[in-house]
Design a binder for this molecule. Structure first.
Ligand SMILES: [Zn+2]
Length: 438
């Protein structure tokens, strides 16, 4: 964990955005303060609002002046694979072809602990430098590599929820493990890392195709044996993948039924993709409070399809956003929000309009809720942890020019989603601690 910020008591003065409510249901959910303030005390938000109001109540607290930029809550990436950092950009393949020829050979290299440790350190730095303060991360198929990720996240001070990826068929022999060995290794990792600092453990079967029934049973057993674990896996990502499910699980009515049978759905579960859900699956996801990680760049890059966001929202399913590195195109959650917006623009039938309020919610609070941290992070309500991103574009950049003539905070937020890359992320904090500074 990094050293705490020097001032345990600080008033940040900056234009602020956050979504303490859900803008899919509440048109006033986006809160903007053009001359805003965050009072941070011992890593937590003690007050937020207009500078004049907060200042009047706290006249003696030292002020940090960030009026030349914008402050947003830290981004929450709900689906990202740490072993896939170095294979970003494998364009032009379908999911199963990409897995076999691009992703899995690199996943196999994680057997080399030194290689995995270097990857983990760069991966965690990439998260922080893009403004991601919390991530639900697919670990490795190898226990030492997964431990390396937890250690790197702990040292950097990020909130990382991850776990050993378990599979016993369909991939490559060196990525397969027996359910017994997977149980032993997972248990050891849970004991070492779950609830250590800002870390949490997630039970992580790769996907239904690569997990036998005894392996999925083992996953359910882990959940029963330990308090507070999360679950992450994939669902309904490509049509070819979905077509294989009935062969492997002839008793299952649909893809979701496989995970339901083994107790792997519910409020602690995040399923990535869900590009092709049935109406019944959507109704059951909503009833169970299972979350979906929407990964629009990956869905487009692998040619899978356009995410039916409107059907999810209408059914009442929780949706957040994930970058899906390396099937996706990078670590930027702002860019991922833009990609979600673009794909909804061309969705048939008509997609949902992802205005700046909804984009802000999707990359912050929605993610916090999906990973079960909605009471602790995701917006600037008093009592929450001071997880934040300070965005200030380089002078002379297109974003700086656009912002200089922006007529409103909402216009500025749309410009930030459209144009801000990591060069505009100047400082990132988790619970008040600086985890990235440029
Ligand atoms: Zn994935």
């Amino acid at each position: 964990m990094p050293a705490p910020a020097a001032a345990s008591h600080e008033l940040l003065r900056a234009p602020l955005f956050h979504t303490p409510a859900n803008p899919f249901h509440d048109p006033r959910a986006l809160v903007c303060h053009e001359d805003g303030a965050l009072l941070i005390r011992n890593g937590a938000i003690a007050a937020s609002g207009d500078f004049s109001t907060v200042r009047a109540a706290h006249p003696d607290v030292p002020v940090t002046d960030w009026r030349n930029g914008f402050v947003l809550p830290g981004f929450v990436d709900t689906h990202v694979h740490f072993p896939q950092l170095r294979i970003l950009g494998g364009l032009g393949r379908t999911l199963l072809d990409w897995l076999e020829h691009v992703a899995l050979p690199e996943e196999a290299r994680m057997a080399d602990v030194a290689y995995a440790t270097g990857t983990a350190q760069r991966f965690v730095r990439a998260l922080a430098s893009h403004g991601t303060t919390t991530a639900l991360v697919f670990g490795s198929h190898f226990s030492p590599a997964t431990a390396a990720l937890f250690d790197a996240a702990d040292a950097a001070g990020l909130r990382v929820i991850s776990g050993l990826v378990v599979s016993d068929r369909y991939l490559r022999p060196e990525l397969h493990q027996s359910p017994e060995d997977a149980h032993r290794d997972s248990t050891e990792l849970v004991r070492r890392y779950h609830r250590r600092g800002r870390l949490l453990y997630a039970v992580t079967p790769r996907f239904a195709l690569s997990a036998s029934e005894p392996m999925l049973e083992m996953c359910g057993a882990l959940l029963a044996e330990h308090e507070g674990l999360r679950v992450q896996t994939h669902i309904n990502e490509s049509r070819v993948e979905i077509a294989e499910v009935p062969t492997l699980f002839p008793w299952a009515a649909d893809y979701l039924a496989v995970y339901e049978r083994f107790g792997l759905t519910g409020s602690r579960t995040v399923l990535a993709h869900d590009v092709f859900p049935t109406d019944s699956e959507l109704a059951r996801l909503a009833a169970d409070d299972t979350s979906i990680a929407h990964c629009p760049s990956s869905n487009a890059a692998l040619g899978n399809g356009i995410f039916p966001l409107r059907r999810h929202v209408d059914a009442g399913v929780r949706v957040a956003v994930g970058t899906d590195v390396g099937g996706g195109t990078g670590f930027g959650m702002l860019k991922e929000g833009l990609q979600a917006h673009l794909m909804q623009r061309i969705a048939e039938p008509a997609g949902l309009n992802l205005d700046p309020a909804r984009l802000c919610y999707l990359v912050t609070r929605a993610g916090a809720e999906a990973v079960g941290l909605g009471d602790e992070i995701g917006d600037f309500s008093p009592g929450k942890a001071a997880d934040l991103v300070y965005v200030r574009p380089p002078s002379g950049s297109p974003l700086a020019e656009v912002l200089s003539r922006s007529q409103s905070m909402v216009e500025s937020l749309a410009a930030i989603f459209t144009l801000a890359g990591p060069e505009s992320v100047r400082e990132v904090r988790v619970a008040g601690d600086v985890v990235h500074s440029a």
